[in-house]
Write a protein that binds this ligand. Structure first.
Ligand code: AMP
Length: 626
């Protein structure tokens, strides 16, 4: 495929703000992509040449690219720098200078997707003396044959700054639209260029009028599993709702494959081959991490049983960190919940797994806890968490902070994928291969019961042994990677809260105009700076008992330092204890984190601003949540 075809797609995506229109653009492009190039194309669409799990990075500095542009366009380095200053973007600089190149090449040799892909990949492989020059030559080689728009995107890809916005979610939707049967109810066709697309106001490709697509094979949500989907282009459902259900089932199939394989190019290739319903057939491969199953929080055994059904397995909830152990013959690798390879940091875990798990082929889900064998006590989470990042002194750390392994699930065993096997059977299989030894490796303590009072006793026992609480798991459920589906729940006594200091606010509107009705809150950095984490306006009273907007406004008024229309800056003085659903990463706030659904618990009159939660604690809670 010519690189210009891909560049055409980038340009369209960049000009198209609407999500559904982007799906249409991507889907049509994917339909035209040859099978043997799909993997490269998917990576380049994401602005990279390495799959997500590869640690290799392109790693080229802007300065080097700027010199490569000079080399390719016959300009001086100063001229390139000057244009760069003027455009503010090195991609645009490349495009501009290529279009006014002194010696115009005739584009005799049009560049291909494979050539761009290969050259950019080589950049990560070149090392040692002279490597900078060689890298520059590889980039210049591409730019010499590139047209202006091509040059722009080559540069952006090399710099890892694609900005096209083809994220995983968008590509997943496009894969479904491109390669799965389309739903009559959810598809329209342009009367001018005949492009099929999701229901949009106007054709994305030529602005032509759109009409409902012709009829397809009649199907219901139930019959879909029986159909040879790879042979069918259009499906006609009885209603739009049924059509949506069918489409959602396609989307879930692709999402599930993504959660398991963490490899969008591979999933795309399988979808492209239209072995649609066989996306998962090849099974799991030990060595490739999978997203782990997640657990919802409930507050009582009764609620737990209502969610997972009875009888259920109640297990100790150990306070450590999650680890997937993968063994493939002699190779053993350890991955965290974030799919980072931490094998080197935990030689002791590797040894325990080799000697105490009796199989050479498995993927096992565990908790790793700090354990003091002499005192027979768990050690604090903070101690072992240091070991995750620590790449040096590994053997000293191993002695200072010994760990215990608590296996609780198995996803693959002896060549068999276990994801669809009920939990009760998975646990039996796990028990059959794990050779327990006190203080080193023990299966998660478990009680199977349908009685809430027994579960409550077990919960108390768990707390008494220094664990965080219990997990309650459905006995019949499959293992669903990456999802918080309610196949298991957690019960723990403490609600995680953060104490955040108010650093700003916003005046309300209407009847709230005289109050501050939302408050910007911050945690503190190690150096004592306050770092914003978002706004909170929930949990305050309008009036009456409890902390009201008006009382808090009065307390804050002496500390207002600046006002800009409705926004105010407030000297950090008052600390709020906040509960929340989840901590998320966020580039919008200076802390790098934001709270989902924050709500007031209480005003912490006992805390001064500098006593608010430190960023490291926010990071820890973020790390701990699934
Ligand atoms: P939380 O971190 O509070 O969301 O609780 C879920 C985490 O508890 C999981 O990701 C595991 O790391 C941990 N955990 C501890 N014991 C178990 C267990 N028996 N089964 C499953 N997860 C457990």
């Amino acid at each position: 495929m010519r690189y210009s075809t891909l560049v055409d797609c980038y340009c369209r995506l960049e000009k198209t703000p609407k999500r559904l229109a982007k799906v249409a653009v991507l889907a049509r492009f994917l339909e035209e992509t040859p099978a043997d190039e799909i993997e490269q194309v998917i990576l380049l669409l994401q602005g990279t040449v390495f799959p997500a799990l590869e640690e290799r990075k392109i790693g080229v500095a802007a300065k080097l690219v700027s010199r490569a542009i000079a080399l390719a366009t016959g300009r001086s380095n100063d001229e390139v720098e000057a244009t760069w200053k003027q455009t503010g973007d090195l991609g645009d600089t490349a495009a501009q200078l290529v279009s006014t190149k002194k010696q115009q090449t005739l584009f005799a040799q049009r560049i291909t997707v494979s050539k761009v892909f290969a050259n950019i990949r080589k950049l990560a492989e070149i090392d040692g003396t002279g490597s900078t020059d060689t890298k520059g030559q590889y980039i210049a080689e591409l730019l010499t044959s590139a047209e202006p728009a091509e040059a722009c995107y080559i540069v952006r890809c090399v710099l890892g700054d694609m900005r096209v916005g083809a994220g995983e979610g968008l590509l997943r939707d496009a894969l479904v639209f491109a390669y799965y049967p389309k739903l009559v109810q959810l598809t329209v066709e342009c009367i001018v260029c005949h492009a099929q697309q999701p229901v949009l106001p106007q054709c994305v490709f030529c602005n032509g009028e759109l009409v409902q697509t012709k009829k397809g094979r009649v199907a219901s949500a139930e019959s879909i599993v029986e159909l040879p989907l790879s042979d069918i282009d259009m499906i006609d459902a009885s209603t739009e709702k049924v059509a949506r259900d069918i489409q959602n089932s396609f989307l879930s199939a692709v999402q599930e494959a993504l959660d398991i394989f963490n490899d969008l190019p591979l999933v795309a290739r399988r979808a492209r081959m239209r072995t649609v319903h066989k996306l998962l057939d090849s099974g799991l491969v030990p060595g490739k991490p999978i997203k782990v199953m997640l657990f919802q929080k409930v507050t009582s055994p009764e609620e737990a049983f209502a969610t997972v059904g009875t009888p259920a397995a109640v297990e100790f909830k150990y306070d450590g960190f999650r680890l997937q152990i993968h063994r493939n013959g002699d190779t053993l690798r350890l991955f965290t919940r974030r799919l980072e390879d931490v094998t080197a940091q935990f030689p002791d875990v590797v040894d325990i797994a080799r000697s105490h798990i009796r199989s050479h082929d498995y993927i096992i889900d565990c908790e790793v806890v700090g354990f003091d064998a002499q005192k027979k006590q768990f050690t604090p989470f903070q101690d072992i968490s240091q070991r995750i990042q620590r790449k040096y002194d590994v053997h000293t750390m191993k002695k200072e902070v010994p760990v215990q392994l608590i296996p609780f699930d198995v996803m693959e065993l002896n060549g068999q994928t276990m994801l669809r096997v009920p939990f009760v059977e998975r646990r039996t299989l796990l028990a059959s291969v794990v050779h327990e030894e006190e203080t080193l490796i023990e299966l998660a303590k478990q009680l199977v019961t349908d009685k809430a009072d027994e579960a409550t006793e077990f919960y108390k026992l768990a707390l008494g042994r220094g664990t965080e609480g219990v997990m309650v798991k459905s006995l019949t459920a499959p293992y669903k990677p990456g999802a918080r589906v309610g196949y298991g729940v957690k019960i723990k006594p403490t609600m995680d809260t953060l104490d955040l200091v108010i650093v700003g606010g916003e005046w309300g509107e209407g009847k709230r105009a005289s109050w501050l009705s939302s408050f910007t809150v911050a945690c503190r950095s190690e150096t004592g700076d306050y770092l914003e984490m978002g706004k909170v306006g929930t949990g305050f009273k309008e009036k009456g008992d409890g902390l009201s907007f008006s009382t808090l406004t009065e307390q804050l008024k002496p500390f207002l330092v600046k006002e800009e229309r409705r926004e105010v800056h407030i000297k950090p003085m008052l600390v709020l204890e906040l509960a929340f659903e989840e901590i998320q990463r966020s580039p919008s706030y200076s802390s790098g984190f934001a709270l989902r659904f924050p709500r007031l618990v209480r005003l912490r009159t006992d805390k001064a601003a500098q006593d608010c939660s430190p960023l490291s604690y926010v990071q820890r809670l973020y790390d701990e949540q699934n």
